[in-house]
Design a protein around this ligand. Structure first.
Ligand SMILES: [Fe+2]
Ligand SMILES: [Fe+2]
Length: 288
């Protein structure tokens, strides 16, 4: 079984034409990153690149598309609409597509209050094991055949201000995950846990206090060995740490649509174990 894992799509609307006062102070502050920081240029082609990645699901005969959050830049309706459109029909069906929110998808209290992410993607958060959903829809479980399962966790929280981007899963979801893992239906399956924030950075160390996953240790301890994988994004680098006897594989998909750094993982599962992954690039030729 083969999983295509991408992340941090960051489809970005044209903020120059957006009504300034409706954006709110958080997005005003973020405009600096967008303009001077070059972010708008980096993600100008994000929607088209995402379409190519979706096309690659078929090209590589992947069984499932996994997206580990930050699909938008600043969680506006226009951005969510564009993500939904670029994903196309695959996003109608949770038997072939799993998606969780990142911190950019809950960028403002309003976006969270209005459940904007859920209004576009809530149908993908329904679970094959609803009895273990503890915080809103999380953790959700998508069973894949007889030998794999995808578990979605939510670590993205509204931050006090731009510049802070840490995340936490919390005790309720972790206890739900414990119960999922103890369920007999999970016994012989490879388990791919999606969370937005990085439990380990590219050097195998915890990410910083203002950017990292607060309860990374608790999560990793629950998932020892090659039957388990944690699939994440948030750090815009692509790397893999192989499983050990005390922790799972971790795959960071980086930012799959960032100009010049496009790419994603194909993760292979066989006999209920995660066998590893390979990095691929979408075909970006303009004529297609
Ligand atoms: Fe990101
Ligand atoms: Fe992020």
């Amino acid at each position: 079984m083969r999983f295509l894992h991408c992340s941090d799509i960051h489809i970005t609307q044209n903020y120059a034409s957006a009504p300034f006062f409706k954006l709110g102070w958080r997005r005003w502050m973020a405009m600096f990153e967008l303009t001077v920081g070059g972010r708008a240029t980096d993600y100008r082609d994000a929607a088209r690149t995402l379409q190519r990645i979706v096309g690659d699901v078929e090209r590589h005969k992947a069984d499932h598309l996994l997206i580990s959050g930050d699909v938008t830049a600043y969680a506006t309706d226009a951005e969510f609409r564009a993500v939904r459109q670029a994903l196309g029909v695959i996003a109608d069906d949770r038997t072939v597509c799993s998606l969780i929110p990142g911190n950019h998808d809950v960028f403002t209290p309003n976006a969270e209050r209005h459940r904007r992410f859920q209004s576009y993607f809530g149908h993908l958060l329904t679970s094959d094991m609803p009895e273990y959903q503890r915080e809103d829809a999380f953790p959700f479980v998508h069973l894949k055949g007889e030998e794999a399962a995808v578990v979605g966790l939510m670590s993205a929280r509204v931050m006090p201000m731009p510049g802070f981007a840490y995340g936490h899963i919390g005790a309720a979801q972790l206890s739900g995950l414990r119960d999922v893992l103890d369920d007999p239906r999970m016994r012989h399956r490879a388990i791919l846990v999606m969370v937005h924030h990085a439990p380990l950075n590219a050097r195998g160390l915890p990410d910083s206090r203002i950017h990292g996953l607060v309860d990374a240790d608790a999560l990793l301890r629950m998932l020892p060995g090659p039957r388990f994988g944690v699939l994440h994004g948030h750090l815009h680098e692509r790397y893999h740490h192989a499983a050990t006897s005390t922790r799972p594989h971790t795959f960071c998909a980086g930012s799959s649509t960032q100009r010049g750094r496009e790419g994603y993982w194909l993760i292979e599962v066989a006999d209920g174990l995660i066998r590893g992954g390979s990095v691929h690039m979408p075909d970006l030729s303009p004529e297609r």
